[in-house]
Structures are given as C-alpha cells and as structure tokens.
Design a protein around this ligand. Structure first.
Ligand code: ZN
Length: 666
C-alpha cells in the first residue's frame, strides 16, 4: 500500500506557482542549492515560537531522535554506502588543491548526489550515479590522506564507485530476473529471491487476521546455510544508531504532552529494544488513536519501496505539530457544510438533506530525516498494516509548510514569466496568497467529495473506469464554484472577494496547457486528476466561446491563456458541477464516458509540443529536497529545557558535513 505520497517531481510546483503576501517572506531565501537534476530548498516552521516550552523540548528530543537514524538508511540502501560517503567526505574536506579544478568539482557533485540519495544510487530512479572524476584522481587524493583515513578496501570501493556493472540499481523490479540478487540494496545478503520467498512462506500464517508486517525490520541472510532474519534492534543490527534514537526518545517521553503520548513513546522504545513486530503493531494502534496531542511524529522502519519484495521498511522520521490556524479553516468549513450543500447549483434531488464535512488535519513539519530527507513527502497516511487501518483507522495529514516552501521556491523559476499572459495577470497571481490554493484543497477535501447523493438504487460504481475522473471533477468543481462565493469572506476565511481570480487563472492555465509538460510526446492523458483538470478547463473554454470567456491568444508563436470574464467562468463551473452531479446521482454512464472522452483524454499535439519546448528551456529541476532548521535548546538552572531556538541559515554542504560528523553512529 502506498501510504506516504512521495513528492517526486515538477508537477505540483508549477501547477500551483503562486506567492504569499506575507512580508516576512521577502527576506527568506527558499533555494539553498542547485546541482544535477536536484534543487535543495529550506522550509520555515511557522508557529514553532508560539509553542509551549515543554512542547518545544519534546520536539527538540524528537528531532535528535530523527537525525540519529541517518546512517541506518544509508546502510540499508547499500552495503558500501557509508564507507564511500566517508571516503569522499574525507577527500573533499582535506583537499588543498585548486577548488575550480574540474576533477574536484566533479567529486563535489558526486558527494552532493550521495547525500541526496542517501547512498550511491539516485533516490528516485535508483540507478547508480556515474562519477565524472577519474579513478586516478581519487586514488591520488586518497594517497595524500593521513594513514588512518585511508580505507583498507580501496580497490573494492573503487570498483563499486567506477564499474558501471557493479551494484547498478538499488531496486530492480525487472521481470524475469532474480530481483533480490540483482538489487544493490542491503536488505538481503547472500540469499536468492527463491530462498527468501520460501523462507517467508514457511513462517507466514495465511489465516492470521492480524498478521505482523513480516520482514519490516530485518535483513535476510544465511547463517551456516540456513536462511535467517537479523533484526534491526538494540543488541542486533544497527544497535548503536538505535541506542541513540532510544536515548533521545527517553528524554522526549519526559516532556510528553499527555499520558497517551508518553505511552506511545514508551511503546516505541520497547519495540526498538526487542525488535518485536507485535509490539510495533501495538505502538501503531496507540499512535493512530492519538488525535489530541499537538506534537506528533513518525520514527521507524516504515515504507517498503526500497525493497523489491516490498517487505523491509526504510528507516525514516518526521516530527511535526498540528497547524492550528489551518485546522481552524477546515473546522469552519465542516461546521458550515450544510450551508454549502443547500446553496450549491445542483438539482435539489441530488443534494444531501444532512451532510457532514470532514476536518482535514494540517501539520507543520519540524524535521525531516531518513527516507524523508532530503526528498520528502507532502502528506502522511499511516499506518501501513491493512488490518490496523480497517480496525483502527489511520491518520492522514498534509504538511503545509513543505507545500508552501515548494510554492515559494518556484516563484523565481521563470514559470510565470514564460506562461502567464501579461504583467497584470502575473501580479494578480503574485498578490493573492497561498491561501487560495489551500482553500481550494480544503473545499475539495472537506466538502466536495462528501457533497451530493446518489438516487436510490444507483450503483456507486456506475461510472466504472471513469469513476475516479468523474469524482475528482465533481470535487474540484465544487471547490472552484465556492472559491468565488462571498460566503468565504463572510466566514473570515478570505479577506478579499477577488482572490479567487488568481486560482481560476492558474487552474485554466494548468488544465489547458501547462500540465501537458508531464505527458510524453504522443501520449494521452491517463491519470485521473490530470484528466479531471483538462475536462473542466476544456469544457469551460468550449462552452464559454460565444461569450469569449476564455481566449487562447497567440503572440510570437506562443500560446497564452486570457480570461475575459471571471463571473461567467464561475457560472460555467456551476453549470458543469450541476451536470456532473446529475451524471453521478443518476449513474448515467454514457454521459460520463462522453464527457471524459471528449474533454479529458486527448491532447492537441501542436500545443503539447509547444508546452514541452517552453518548459524545457526553463531548466527547472525535476527533483527537490530540503535542508532542516537547526534547533538549539536553552537549559534552565535545574537542567530542564526552558526554550528552544530555531535557525534557518545552514546551507546544504554544511548541514550534510555536520550530520556526518555529529550523528555518525554506524
Ligand atoms: Zn479528490
């Protein structure tokens, strides 16, 4: 199950490029570094200063417990990763030659990539990095290191670094080969796929209704010819790192916000101490049920994408706290859900007489670590165990300060200059803050999906393969329609009745044009959200043509979107919402299919090529990640933490070298 949405690439950033009005942001430099296909950003932790001193202390120890696990992931990703990281860092920091030398520059680039990939493979493609410096340069530099820093196994490490055949891919999913022996990760050692599968089949009970997550915290290997699991826990694998995590968790427990949270932390410590996966399940259940604490965290072996068999969890940690202001927003919408339902432009036969909104939880990340660092998700949806989700539910949150940092950082990337028609429209986008994006998401999630009803006897799956496109279209239209409603100003959620125009412009631009940058030439649109956006934008364009609501303007061979009438555009959104709700409520499959096929799937090849070319020239990094803030505790006379300060100034290289120096555990 895909439980943490990995924020992989370009898409959302360009789709939502927009600025905040917050004047404090003017001085904050979001972009930290740019190399290869990577851009490194920093993020703010708004609201940290306002937390109680005890909450800050709790966060401090949890962030220490997070960084302490850094080496675990690096070693899980490959047997020689830590040795190679050490080697390259040693050469890098003791180098005394010309720093403009091409070989040295290439070595620095390689090191930056290793830090970003937590090993010698790309974090996303999992292909091994190709060094652009020579082996002789490296050997010569190693010879100049002090004897104690020269690795005994230099020949082996050079082979791993320079031979493209050796450990070529971290996670190999190819058909028809042994995906264990051909994957370079360190989750299995000296065993074949057949042996691993046979081993797990022998210990799994297919009738167990509450199975443990087999293999989640183990390396599978052979001892005296017998397949065994070695457990990641105190006294076994990764013990020094886990001891340090546990030590910080023990301190954190002293500052827990309530008894429940203390119990959760204590349970996690018990799990790290014993490695017992039953204990991990108990911990996960306690964690899922805790919705009262403001501070929350993930710390453990969680997502299994790094394992071709999808069993072993990559170590990660994210510490966060509830964003009370944003959560207030979703609470206000939920509390007024009935008003929105009653006033929507759909036929009253398709409305719910009693509707309940959903309060989405919005969080602020305080630290990213392990598999969530530097590349990170924008949402968390855990735990992963299916039976726990079914019996006890799950927690699903969005990380708003991370989304905001992506958004802020994108404003200097030239996207708006290239694709937005004129200065007036650009300043519209610049003036209306991030809040309109957030409100769009809130309306979509809290109200849109929950609105409307099926007529009695209508099959909820009547839309078949087009079900999710139609459903996303419905929720988006609900959000777009209400974004322009004075009710939002009345409820205090927006302070400007014109703000919706920025979101309308971006939506149409993205739906008609710029989202095409994610589609390969010659391909159709397949993904449901992309389909729904084009469906809405194209339908509104076509149905507004008599009134010239949306215009495609050509200028020097480039296409631009011009919106001439925002009021009429809102009417069009209302009309389409009414029709899509009818289709869903009546289960009118033919009408749904026709809408999707006419508007959502096909791409104009000329416009598509134009977008791809214009986008490529912007040279926007496909992958992004983050550096963390630095938290420094202030101790009182009795040794208690009385405050924690936060500092955002650290750059990428400094942070990575500091982590390698201060958090080297393995
Ligand atoms: Zn949705």
């Amino acid at each position: 199950m895909k439980s943490i949405a990995k924020f992989a690439a370009i898409a959302l950033v360009a789709a939502t490029s927009c600025q905040t009005k917050n004047s404090n942001d003017k001085e904050f430099n979001y972009v930290v570094d740019r190399f290869a296909d990577i851009e490194v950003l920093r993020y703010k932790v708004p609201g940290f200063e306002e937390l109680q001193p005890r909450q800050k202390a709790l966060i401090y120890y949890l962030t220490e417990a997070a960084i302490a696990g850094r080496d675990i992931l690096c070693d899980q990703n490959g047997k020689y990763n830590l040795a190679i990281r050490d080697l390259i860092e040693n050469v890098y920091t003791s180098y005394s030659g010309d720093k403009n030398d091409a070989e040295f520059q290439a070595l620095e680039l390689y090191l930056k990539k290793i830090w970003f990939g937590n090993g010698i493979h790309h974090h996303y493609s999992t292909d091994k990095f190709t060094p652009e410096f020579s082996e002789s340069f490296l050997r010569q530099q190693v010879a100049e290191l002090p004897a104690e820093k020269q690795p005994a196994e230099l020949d082996l490490l050079c082979d791993v670094i320079f031979n493209p055949e050796v450990m070529a891919k971290r996670v190999n999913q190819a058909d028809g080969v042994d995906i264990i022996t051909t994957s370079a990760n360190n989750l299995y050692d000296g065993v074949t796929q057949a042996e691993v599968e046979k081993y797990y089949n022998s210990i799994k009970d297919p009738n167990d209704p509450t199975p443990i997550s087999y293999g989640l915290n183990t390396r599978v290997t052979k001892v005296d010819g017998t397949v065994v699991e070695q457990t990641y826990c105190i006294g076994q694998l990764y013990s020094p790192a886990i001891e340090r995590i546990v030590d910080n968790l023990t301190h954190a427990a002293e500052y827990a916000e309530n008894d429940n949270q203390r119990q959760i932390i204590t349970k996690l410590i018990e799990y790290y101490t014993t490695g017992d996966l039953r204990t991990f399940d108990e911990y996960s259940i306690l964690w899922t049920k805790d919705t009262d604490s403001q501070v929350d965290f993930v710390n453990g072996f969680i997502e299994s994408y790094g394992d071709p068999l999808g069993m072993t969890g990559a170590w990660e940690s994210i510490v966060n706290f509830k964003n009370l202001e944003a959560s207030h927003r979703t609470e206000v919408l939920s509390a007024n859900a009935q008003w929105f339902e009653d006033n929507s432009p759909v036929d009253s036969r398709f409305k719910k007489s009693e509707v309940k909104g959903v309060s989405a939880k919005v969080i602020t990340a305080a630290i990213l670590a392990g598999d969530a660092y530097p590349a990170t998700p924008i949402g968390i949806n855990l735990p992963n165990a299916n039976w726990i989700r079914a019996e006890h539910g799950s927690k699903s949150v969005t990380i708003e300060n991370i989304t905001q940092a992506y958004d802020e950082a994108s404003k200097g990337n030239g996207f708006n200059e290239e694709f937005v028609i004129d200065d007036a429209t650009r300043s519209l986008l610049n003036d209306y803050p991030f809040i309109t994006d957030n409100l769009h998401t809130d309306l979509h999630e809290c109200l849109g999906h929950g609105s409307g009803r099926l007529l009695p006897g209508v099959d909820p799956d009547a839309m078949k393969a087009h079900g999710s496109t139609i459903e996303e279209t419905r929720a988006d239209l609900f959000a777009l329609y209400y974004l322009a409603d004075p009710k939002l100003v009345e409820l205090g959620l927006l302070d400007n009745p014109e703000a919706y125009k920025a979101e309308y412009y971006k939506y149409i631009l993205n739906g008609l044009m710029t989202q095409l940058m994610r589609i390969e030439p010659g391909k159709d649109i397949e993904e449901a959200h992309m389909r729904n956006r084009q469906l809405i934008a194209k339908w509104a364009y076509e149905h507004g043509q008599n009134d010239n609501v949306i215009e495609l303007v050509k200028n020097e061979g480039k296409t631009y979107i011009k919106i001439n009438d925002y009021d009429k555009l809102r009417d069009l959104f209302g009309q389409l919402l009414s029709e899509v709700q009818r289709i869903k409520s009546e289960g009118d499959y033919e009408a749904g299919r026709t809408l999707v096929e006419n508007y959502a799937v096909k791409v104009d090849p000329a416009l598509h090529n134009e977008v791809l070319e214009r986008y490529a020239k912007l040279n926007i990094a496909p992958y992004k990640g983050f550096v963390n803030p630095i938290y420094t505790p202030v101790f009182g006379a009795d040794g208690e933490i009385v405050d924690v300060t936060v500092d955002y100034t650290e750059d990428y290289i400094t942070q990575m070298l500091r982590y390698s120096r201060d958090y080297r555990t393995l």
